[in-house]
Design a protein around this ligand. Structure first.
Ligand SMILES: Cc1cc2nc3c(=O)[nH]c(=O)nc-3n(C[C@H](O)[C@H](O)[C@H](O)COP(=O)(O)OP(=O)(O)OC[C@H]3O[C@@H](n4cnc5c(N)ncnc54)[C@H](O)[C@@H]3O)c2cc1C
Length: 291
């Protein structure tokens, strides 16, 4: 499945992102989560990749399970941080043999712990990895964009210049980091278009799952929490799991309505390997005939 065919022929394209199960308990629930969410008939599912390559086999197994065993259209990710050209080739050859046609390419970050040493010939930026892959393979490639700017970027404008380089080097669609204020996304797309980036830019949706996770991820990912959402988080009992989930579902559904109204090409859900929130949000949008 080439994601670009989907974006050319359907609007909005619904996609769901998963990370490979990290232990035996998660392995047991992973398949059930995929099955639950597949009832909503997403257009494709995608599987993340641990930077540094330590869990490359876990990602491969998850892609195999979702794409080959369960027969869902699937995108495999490759985070190239620290990997040498030979390692990237080996990973991609395996995906190619499995039948993967679309690879989402990110740089990734230095894995936690001091004992990781990057390969001496590893690539500094995602744009370099994309160029390397484009020269050697026939995959459709995607890349990441950051509506509020990447956390280490000199400026949003500079970050968009580097996004343009990723597209010029071969990325054919962009999935955006999540944001909690649609204005960031709309302004980002406007700036990208002004810079000549003409590929689909897909908004990422991260429902609030727990208050703690939202606060932690906001710092790591550089996605700010606007006053409106902060007010709702302050008003809820953080220990009341059901109330927090419902808050997250309400907020994300409102965001999706606003995005769909502006005619976005797709909605990409960061499921965090959980099914309830994405299910409720999509069911509401379907009930409202927005999908
Ligand atoms: C949708 C999505 C999915 C993701 N999935 C994963 C995953 O599966 N695994 C994982 O480990 N991480 C994942 N990430 C996180 C990502 O790896 C990190 O955000 C990482 O820090 C940057 O990756 P990138 O591909 O955007 O890097 P790049 O595009 O290389 O950018 C990294 C930084 O360098 C700057 N930069 C880029 N090019 C240049 C240049 N030529 N010169 C100077 N500066 C430059 C940019 O402005 C930015 O600040 C994902 C992020 C998103 C949005």
């Amino acid at each position: 499945m080439r994601v670009t065919n989907l974006y050319e022929n359907k609007k909005p394209v619904i996609s769901m992102e998963f990370f490979p199960p990290r232990n035996e308990a998660a392995e047991k629930t992973f398949g059930a989560t995929i099955d639950n969410l597949s009832t909503l008939q997403p257009d494709y599912m995608s599987i993340t990749f641990g930077a540094g390559g330590s869990d490359r086999d876990g990602s491969y197994q998850a892609v195999n399970q979702v794409m080959v065993e369960k027969k869902h259209p699937t995108v495999a990710y490759l985070a190239g941080y620290g990997l040498g050209p030979d390692e990237i080739t080996e990973i991609l050859d395996r995906y190619k043999a499995l039948g993967v046609e679309t690879i989402f390419v990110i740089r990734g970050d230095k894995p936690r712990g001091d004992d990781f040493s990057p390969h001496p010939d590893s690539f500094p930026y995602a744009s370099d990895i994309i160029a390397f892959i484009k020269d050697r393979y026939d995959f459709t490639l995607g890349c990441a964009g950051y509506p509020e700017g990447h956390i280490d970027a000199e400026s949003l404008e500079k970050d968009i210049e580097y996004l343009k380089l990723k597209v010029d080097n071969g990325a054919e669609y962009v999935v955006a980091q999540y944001f909690y204020d649609n204005a960031f996304f709309f302004e980002y797309v406007r700036k990208c278009r002004a810079m000549g980036i003409n590929v689909p830019i897909i908004p990422g949706i991260m429902p609030v799952y727990t208050v703690k996770m939202t606060q932690m991820l906001s710092k790591v990912c550089g996605s700010s929490i606007p006053a409106d959402l902060q007010g709702r988080l302050d008003a809820v009992d953080a220990e009341d799991k059901e109330a927090v989930l419902n808050l997250g579902i309400d907020f994300a559904a409102e965001q999706c309505r606003g995005l769909l109204k502006e005619g976005v090409d797709g909605l990409h859900f960061y499921t965090m390997d959980r099914s309830r929130s994405t299910t409720d949000i999509l069911s509401r949008l379907k009930d409202e005939n927005l999908l």
